[in-house]
Ligand binder design. Structure first.
Ligand code: CA
Length: 433
């Protein structure tokens, strides 16, 4: 749970007769207004705007923008009923702590040239952008920041509360980090005290009240030509959000930008017209960087699309594997017999090979040179190719089988008497007389 402490001061300064500044500080909501207009109208404008903040509850970033727009209508409405107040207006910068399921954040909104700064890790960064003529000239490159500080028309504002019913409000949100200090102030401070001096005071003085008083003293010491208002809000505890966020973001100055806005060119606001847009994409980005490991996220349409694509890919993979495993053949051995199998040797994932047909060939009859190939499983693209291979094996076996020859002769036993008939003289009878 994020806890805050704060200190604030406002002062007429050394040159003005009245203080047209006003500020509001609640538990989690802070605002500074710098009024303008003759006949005390400036005081009325700032106090009317600040009055809207009393008792207001902010739970979402959009609430703060809506509150600023409500303050604008209140100032316009007040001037409508009093001709003395015609043309009055006021600046308004505001900071509010909001909680959501992801993180605690400080939401900042601004109209005019009062400012909100963030002091983080010893460095001061201006979060808000002034709505002033000189700021426009600086942005266009026609004026340097140093020239702008001394420009005679630096008081001319391009956007204030009390002017038009439809008001654009710039807003930012920043993740809460323990030790961060938010400085809200009117131009009576920063026109007299430069950023380095402000940062030095924020570094040196720990108590917000004390630091605010010191800044006020310096502004008066340097001239005090305008009303001066300073509010300092310290983040005392961030509920662990800082540690969680630093797990995904290393500490560096650019991370301030990442915390405030994803754009590389430093903090730039979400602009709020009558439709009160709030840069959902940008906040989504911040939320994603604010997650610690293991935190739960709300399912989104992106998650749904991801699941759908995953299911489709798995389905396609399943189909491919099945087709691959079931539409191929190999010649292997089944119980000593050369056999044609459907599938892949050893199977593919969950698909085991099946016996397609036997061949009647004993593996021991297969020429030795071919046996190893068959033992590993000789693969073929089709059943016919496997059959052709088997036929070839049969031919080989046949060709190596010894064929019957005429070498075997039949013998007839011979009488020893007739072994040499030619040499033996023929038996002759006695001669006849
Ligand atoms: Ca002023």
């Amino acid at each position: 749970m994020t806890t805050l402490r704060w200190g604030g001061v406002t002062d007429v300064g050394r040159a003005r007769s009245a203080n047209q500044d006003a500020f509001f500080a609640g538990e989690t909501l802070f605002a500074v207004a710098d009024g303008m207009g003759g006949h005390a109208a400036g005081e009325v404008a700032s106090s009317v705007a600040i009055g809207v903040f009393e008792g207001a509850g902010i739970t979402r970033a959009e609430d703060l923008v809506a509150l600023v727009q409500m303050a604008n209508r209140a100032v316009i409405e007040r001037a409508r009923h009093d001709v003395e107040l015609a043309g009055m207006g006021t600046t308004l910068c505001t900071v509010a702590l909001v909680h959501d399921e992801f993180a605690d954040r400080m939401v900042i909104a601004n109209v005019g040239d009062s400012r909100v700064y963030l002091f983080h890790d010893g460095a001061l960064t201006q979060i808000t952008t002034d709505h002033s003529l000189v700021e426009d000239l600086v942005r266009e490159g026609r004026l340097s920041p140093a020239e702008a500080r001394l420009h005679p028309k630096r008081n001319i504002l391009t956007r204030v509360l009390g002017n038009e019913e439809v008001l654009d409000v710039d807003s930012w949100d920043v993740l809460c980090r323990r030790g961060d200090r938010f400085l809200l102030c009117s131009d009576g401070l920063f026109n007299e005290v430069d950023d380095d001096r402000i940062a030095s005071v924020l570094r040196r003085l720990d108590l917000p009240e004390e630091a605010a008083r010191e800044l006020l003293r310096l502004a008066n010491e340097n001239g005090g030509r305008d009303n001066i208002t300073v509010v300092i809000v310290d983040v005392m505890d961030d509920g662990g959000a800082g540690e969680a966020a630093s797990a995904s973001l290393a500490d560096s100055p650019t991370n301030l930008d990442a915390r405030m806005d994803p754009h590389d060119d430093g903090p730039s606001p979400n602009s709020h017209g009558s439709s009160a847009r709030h840069g959902a994409e940008e906040r989504a980005h911040r939320r994603s960087t604010s997650h610690g490991p293991g935190t739960s996220r709300r399912p989104s349409w992106r998650a749904g699309l991801f699941v759908a694509v995953l299911v489709a890919l798995l389905g396609a993979a399943f189909f491919s594997i099945t087709w691959f495993a079931e539409n191929s053949y190999y010649v292997g051995i089944d119980d000593g017999e050369v056999t044609i199998f459907k599938g892949r040797p050893g199977g593919v994932l969950w698909i085991d090979p099946e016996v397609e047909e036997g061949t009647g060939i004993d593996i021991e009859d297969v020429p030795v040179a071919r046996r190893d190939a068959i033992r590993t499983g000789k693969q073929h693209a089709s059943l016919q190719a496997a059959r052709d291979y088997v036929t070839n094996i049969e031919d080989l076996i046949e060709s190596q089988r010894p064929s019957p020859t005429t070498a075997t002769t039949t013998t007839t036993p011979t009488s020893p008497l007739s072994t040499n008939p030619t040499t033996d003289p023929p038996l002759t009878g006695p001669p006849v007389t």
